[in-house]
Ligand binder design. Structure first.
Ligand code: ADP
Length: 744
């Protein structure tokens, strides 16, 4: 019965100890220094002219003759050969009139010699490999991007080898791979863009790929040739064939290739910084042997591609870094040109904010949230920012957000990736970049989660690799493209720049504020002095006009008396204005006498003082809630209440005038209000009523007034750190609300 099994079982297969070779060459294992043959591939009779029986236990001169053996000894003396297989020389044999390439490798104290025929059918139409490789390199160097570079490389290798499919295959961090470039014969389907699960290239094969540059399998259906040793000898230890060209390959591998309809392969390694980066894999639908010379050319190209590829990739990264740097520079420049940091960021084009290849971005600043592109909802972003604010780190990076922050599961489609920086140690203010889930379904060549089966008929356990090569779709759930180091760096540097700006800006604001306080004080002193000094001559004018009216009024014409009366009225008005100005400047200059005050007592006293006015107008006063006890200057607060209540009575034309006073103590600081059912104020006038000497009505309408009451009221409130605002519906009434402390 077939048993489910993960393909990685063959991770344990020791393929370097294959004990057999492929039939397109012969292999001898020798003891040094005697160069005595201890093992031979079973095909030496056919291939080299002397069967293993004639060679085992003999010196190598039995096969090569004395002259070639001497040359070989001289060559071996100068070479290390550990961890590599080198071309040593070309030789003939005593038994055959043929020439062979001879390769050597030393492993576990043994010398391995491999023979491959020199007269194999030469590659057609390739007179000068050097020229070809040279011109290929020139074209590769000119390729503008890594993608085009690899595309060119596979096309060149296909031209050189004549294989009908050449693919560049790149490994991801999890070991899976993707076909990122391909050159394929016109009649074959394309594998471009296919992903392969990690288990398709098992660990031992990966290790061997990293050890040698080139693997060639001329015929998938070959019959392995075993290595044999002398019948009398002790059973030999398995020979390590890690570096052998001829090593027999795993049945897993040939089975896999057969499933794909591949009869011959050539695989070269792409290394970057000494690490396996990918492969160039050549497939052919019929057996195909590549002579050594062509293989050398391909190997040389693979070396060059590896070197250039590193440079191209670095170049691309560098260009991207530059782009990020430019976006950052533009944002920070915009900051310098503006007063408000969030304004500059808000005004920045979305492309600047999404520069680190993000699908969306968010800016949270002083409780204002702005979103660009694909993001979670406003509430979700706020909750996320609150969570980020509980973390120590000023930055956060994830390409699987729901793992760190489970609520992100709900919005993983738009934000599986998050790169965030905090802009305030105290508030959740920050910049956030989002990346969508890789819902773009990847094209898997075979279901990576579908186990392979073991076919255990005949008691022989054989692994059967997946038989399906149809396109499978695998959703990479909850994952986004990981953030690159340079993107994280970009976010941190942007944060640094913004913080420096904010610190500089705060300092500037603090300085401006001190200057403003100083000049306000000077202005108040000036207003006080000016109004005080104006009072004196005004009083003079008033008395003279008064005398004139009393003493000489009879001698004046009606017009004259009328004019004197106008002068008197104007001096009264001017006196009112100067008095208001004095009061206003006094509120700005005097020290507040701050004490814990029961506002209910202050209100009671104020209502008492206003009794005549309230009575005269039959006002119904209601105190809705008890007022709090607050730290304040009770004289100023009494003036505030008095002013608001008398306005509530004054600007009221209803028959039943009502004034309600109350407080919302659940707020911090508590908000006190004075409400009336009077004439109301149009919303567009809300700002004007707090300006000095501004009235919304004719001079004498609604009992007249200097138009300074609310300005003085506001100043008194602001001196306490509080603020005042109004809500109103014209014709229905107004509510003035105020606080007496700074918001916390
Ligand atoms: P004054 O009452 O001396 O005119 P204020 O500064 O107290 O000056 O008020 C400025 C203006 O705001 C008033 O002239 C009036 O038009 C408007 N105003 C103030 N309080 C009220 C209110 N409760 N209802 C309607 N209008 C008001």
């Amino acid at each position: 019965m077939p048993t489910a099994l993960d393909f990685s079982t063959c991770d344990r297969e020791q393929i370097q100890y294959a004990g057999a070779i492929q039939p397109h060459g012969a292999l001898l294992v020798l003891h040094e220094p005697a160069l005595r043959i201890v093992q031979a591939s079973a095909n030496t009779g056919d291939y080299l002219g002397l069967p293993p029986a004639a060679l085992l236990g003999q010196g190598i001169e039995r096969l090569l003759g004395d002259e070639a053996t001497a040359a070989l000894r001289a060559r071996l003396a100068s070479l290390d050969l550990c961890g590599m297989l080198l071309h040593l020389m070309s030789v003939g044999t005593t038994a055959r009139n043929e020439r062979f390439h001879l390769f050597g490798n030393r492993a576990d104290g043994l010398l391995l010699l491999e023979f491959e025929r020199l007269d194999e059918p030469a590659r057609t139409g390739a007179p000068d490999l050097y020229q070809e490789v040279h011109s290929t390199l020139q074209r590769l160097q000119a390729a503008p991007s890594l993608q085009e570079f690899l595309q060119l490389a596979v096309a060149e290798i296909r031209a050189l080898t004549g294989f009908d499919r050449v693919m560049a295959y790149r490994f991801a961090a999890d070991g899976s791979g993707e076909v990122i470039a391909e050159s394929v014969a016109a009649n074959r389907e394309t594998y471009l863009g296919l992903h392969y699960p990690a288990a398709d290239i098992p660990e031992p094969a990966r290790r061997l790929f990293a050890l040698s540059w080139l693997r060639h399998l001329p015929d998938v259906d070959y019959v392995p040739i075993p290595l044999v040793s002398a019948p009398t000898a002790q059973p030999a230890d398995p020979v390590d064939l890690s570096y052998s060209f001829l090593r027999s390959v795993s049945v897993m591998y040939t089975g896999y290739l057969k499933n794909m309809g591949v009869k011959a392969t050539l695989v070269t390694t792409l290394l970057k910084d000494g690490r396996l980066w990918g492969l160039i894999s050549c497939h052919h639908a019929a057996p195909r042997y590549l002579p050594y010379e062509t293989r050398v050319a391909v190997e040389c190209l693979a070396h060059m591609v590896s070197l250039l590829m590193g440079a191209k990739e670095t170049e691309e990264h560098y260009a991207y870094r530059l782009r990020l740097g430019a976006a950052r520079g533009q944002l920070l420049d915009a900051l310098l040109k503006t007063e408000a940091c969030d304004r500059a960021l808000l005004d920045a084009g979305p492309e600047l904010l999404t520069a680190p290849h993000a699908d969306g971005a968010a800016l949270l600043s002083e409780d204002r949230l702005r979103l660009w592109g694909h993001t979670p909802t406003e509430a979700e972003v706020r909750a996320l920012a609150d969570w980020l604010a509980t973390r120590q780190d000023p930055h956060f990076v994830s390409h699987q957000l729901a793992l760190d922050y489970p609520p992100a599961e709900r919005f993983r489609a738009v934000a599986s990736g998050l790169l965030a920086v905090r802009l305030s140690p105290a508030a959740p203010d920050g910049l956030l970049w989002f990346r969508r889930e890789l819902l773009q379904t990847l094209h898997w060549a075979g279901d990576p989660h579908k186990p392979v089966t073991i076919d255990d008929h005949d008691d022989e356990v054989r692994l059967l690799p997946r038989t399906s090569f149809a396109l499978w779709k695998e959703t990479v759930g909850g994952q986004a493209h990981p953030w690159l180091d340079c993107e994280i760096e970009h976010a941190n540097e942007l944060r640094q720049g913004i913080l420096e700006f904010i610190i500089g800006h705060t300092e500037q604001l603090r300085r401006k504020n001190t200057e403003l306080v100083q000049s306000n004080l000077e202005l108040d002193t000036f207003a006080y002095a000016a109004s005080h000094d104006l009072k004196e001559p005004l009083r003079g004018i008033h008395s003279i006009v008064q005398f004139l009216q009393d003493d000489d009024g009879d001698r004046l014409s009606d017009d004259g008396r009328q004019r004197l009366a106008t002068i008197l009225r104007l001096t009264h008005r001017m006196d009112d204005l100067i008095e208001s100005l004095l009061q206003y400047s006094r509120v700005g200059r005097i020290e507040l006498d701050l004490q814990l005050v029961d506002l209910n007592a202050v209100l009671l006293q104020t209502l008492e003082d206003l009794q005549p006015l309230l009575k005269k107008n039959a006002v119904q006063v209601r105190v809705q809630e008890a007022l709090p006890r607050l730290q304040c200057d009770h004289v100023r607060v009494a003036e505030v209440l008095s002013n608001l209540i008398s306005n509530a009575v004054k600007y009221n034309d209803k028959a039943d005038r009502q004034v309600t006073i109350g407080c919302d103590a659940t707020l911090d600081p508590p908000v006190i209000f004075v409400r009336d059912n009077g004439i109301g104020i149009a919303p567009k006038q809300f700002g004007r009523i707090f300006q000095i000497f501004r009235r919304l009505h004719g001079r004498d309408a609604y009992g007249g007034g200097a138009g300074a009451g609310l300005t003085i009221t506001r100043k008194a409130i602001e001196r306490h750190g509080g603020s005042i605002w109004v809500e109103s519906v014209p014709g229905e009434g107004s509510t003035f609300r105020f606080t007496l402390a700074r918001p916390r």
